[in-house]
Design a protein around this ligand. Structure first.
Ligand code: ADP
Ligand code: MG
Length: 586
């Protein structure tokens, strides 16, 4: 007896997108389904820590891929945790993942995005199971959850449109088979996935690092029995492992190629692009762990989602524990992807326990330092010296690229990570009155400071044009003093945590009485004092007239052409921040 169910509306929408946008990158379905099989084995191993009976009589976890040319099916079978009927309905009929709504609305809002961009978005998001429908017009899933009786198996079937069917089956073996009935059309282009050679090639590309054996039927060359006829490849009953089946991060650095590092990244991040940089280390000492950390080349669509979890996977002694382990990196480094494999944490560690663990704190500090070192290196080689080595030249421009994508999040670190504030400050880049692009570091600025200049000057505004044309800059322009132009929402807040850089105070040109100190000559000072004296009666009248609107009215030296400007009292919220707070409803 089978039961019909409708897909959740989002799934139906997603399915439509999958089949219409991903045709240029069809093969990713192999990666997605193999990664689900591998996740299922991880989950079994994890649950079995407390209940070894779940292994039943098959403790060797593996994934098998079988091809049937006649039936035109490709079947991926794992002996992992499996699914109960309810789980099949819940997990294969809805998208339970957080961030999905965001993703959908992003796609909705971005109707102009072409198919390729949509494909990339979906890729980032990881369409997972539904990617099977790129090549299949029908998918059958047969599964039995570990620990349930053989009669409590489930068969789930769908043509990938509005609904799916579920029925109870008997399935002696634990785990899941996903059977793809390859799409039939004029060219039968999906047929290439019936070639063992092709599948092996895709596995080599995406799934070599999967720590489980992925097996396929062994093929053998068979000479023809008839004289003169050519031989042929035949499929035997024997299974052979076709991936390297070793967790990449456990291998020695020198034995891993650039391509392997890159494809591992693509496997864990679902990113189409190669990463910008990575750092792979085995850390020894009081806390032992291996870290493999990647900086992506592109910001994900949900980078600004404050609830976005971190991008690190946590393993304990090669056993997968959890995805998105946010305790392993501070939030301002949430764009970093990778793996941490700890030798010390207990296998049954929970998210809550992670927050309190001393080992985790050590790992988090270690990870943070590594990422900062990686970024410092990129920054150092961003503009290479003419005599730089070829290797260093290859790093050129990477930091600018990184900064354009992630500079804004990095600034959050000023308020979040006091211990590394100085290192972070060195990594920041701003536009200034001498550069329209955000390329000026605080160190560059200091090196160009005028004789007698005692502060790093900056202005905050909504746009670069507004910053550049602010009357508050007049005197600085006249005297040729560089002013940093800050136009991001986060700047004002971040700078409240950065009052000085390398011994030099940061000073907003829009706050208080700008004291140019030694930059003013005697004549200017005298003129200012005289003016203040001469204008006393006028000031008194203005103050009286504006008494409900201003605190003070005074003569200033900061203007050259404009008659007047508004400034904020020292230590008070600036105009810009006040506007922001107002927008945020505060
Ligand atoms: P994700 O893997 O990111 O959770 P998927 O769309 O790939 O999303 O899979 C959806 C869910 O379906 C999984 O979270 C899991 O609960 C279930 N699932 C898919 N494939 C398997 C499998 N081979 N064994 C057990 N559960 C599976
Ligand atoms: Mg998946």
């Amino acid at each position: 007896m089978s039961q019909k169910h409708s897909f959740q509306a989002e799934v139906a929408q997603l399915l439509h997108l999958v089949t219409h946008s991903l045709y240029s990158n069809k093969e990713i379905f192999v990666r997605e389904l193999v990664s689900n099989a591998s996740d299922a084995c991880d989950k079994l191993r994890y649950e079995a820590l407390n209940n070894s009976a779940l292994y039943e009589d098959a403790p060797e976890l593996r994934v098998r891929i079988a091809l049937d040319k006649k039936a035109r099916t490709l079947t991926i079978t794992d002996n992992g945790i499996g699914m109960s009927a309810q789980e099949a309905i819940d997990h294969l009929g809805t998208i339970a993942k957080s961030g999905t709504k965001d993703f959908m609305s992003k796609l909705g809002a971005d109707k102009q995005a072409d198919a390729k961009e949509q494909g990339q978005l979906i890729g980032q998001f990881g369409v997972g199971f539904y990617s099977g429908f790129i090549v299949a017009d029908k998918i059958t899933v047969e599964s039995r959850r570990a620990g349930l009786k053989p009669e409590e198996g489930v068969r789930w079937t769908s043509g990938g449109t509005g609904d799916f069917e579920v029925e109870t089956i008997t399935r002696p073996e634990r785990g899941t088979s996903v059977i793809l009935h390859l799409r039939e059309d004029e060219s039968n282009s999906a047929d290439e996935y019936l070639s063992a050679w092709k599948i092996k090639q895709i596995i080599g590309k995406y799934s070599d690092h999967i720590a489980l054996p992925i097996q396929m039927r062994k093929e053998e060359w068979k000479e023809s029995e008839e004289e003169g006829k050519p031989g042929e490849m035949v499929t035997t009953d024997e299974w052979e492992t076709v991936n390297k089946a070793s967790a990449l991060w456990t291998r020695a650095k020198k034995d891993i190629t650039k391509e392997e590092y890159e494809s591992f990244y693509q496997g864990i991040s679902h990113d189409y692009e190669a990463p910008l940089a990575w750092s792979h280390n085995r850390v020894e000492g009081s806390t032992e762990y291996t870290q493999l950390l990647y900086v992506p080349a592109k910001a994900p669509y949900d980078l600004w989602n404050r609830d976005k979890k971190g991008g690190l996977k946590l393993y304990v002694k090669r056993v997968f524990i959890m995805d998105e382990a946010e305790a392993l990196l501070p939030s301002y480094l949430r764009f970093v992807k990778g793996v941490v494999d700890s030798a010390d944490l207990p296998l049954n560690v929970s998210r809550e326990l992670l927050q309190e663990s001393r080992d985790v704190r050590a790992i988090r500090d270690g990870n943070t330092k590594r990422v900062l070192t990686l970024l410092e290196n990129l920054a150092k080689h961003d503009v290479p010296a003419t005599d730089a080595s070829e290797e260093d030249k290859a790093e050129a421009g990477k930091y600018s690229k990184f900064y354009a994508e992630f500079g804004t999040v990095l600034k959050e670190g000023l308020g979040e990570d006091f211990a590394n504030r100085e290192r972070l400050a060195k990594l920041l880049r701003y536009a200034s009155t001498t550069s329209d692009t955000a390329t000026v570091s605080l160190a560059d600025y200091k090196a160009r400071m005028k004789e007698g200049q005692e502060a790093i000057y900056y202005i905050t505004a909504d746009t670069l044009a507004a910053a550049k044309n602010s009357p508050q800059l007049e005197v600085f322009k006249k005297k040729g003093i560089e002013v940093l132009l800050m136009t991001e929402r986060v700047d004002e807040w971040a700078l409240s945590y950065l009052t000085e850089f390398d011994g030099t105070p940061l000073q907003s040109v829009a706050k208080g009485a700008v004291d140019l100190g030694k930059l003013q000559d005697e004549a200017e000072k005298k003129a200012a004092e005289e003016a203040a004296e001469a204008f006393k009666p006028v000031l008194a009248k203005l103050k009286e007239a504006l008494k409900d609107k201003t605190e003070d009215v005074r003569v200033t030296t900061r203007l050259v052409d404009s008659p007047a400007c508004l400034v904020v009292k020292d230590g008070e919220v600036s105009n810009q921040l006040a506007r922001l707070l107002k927008q945020a409803g505060q």
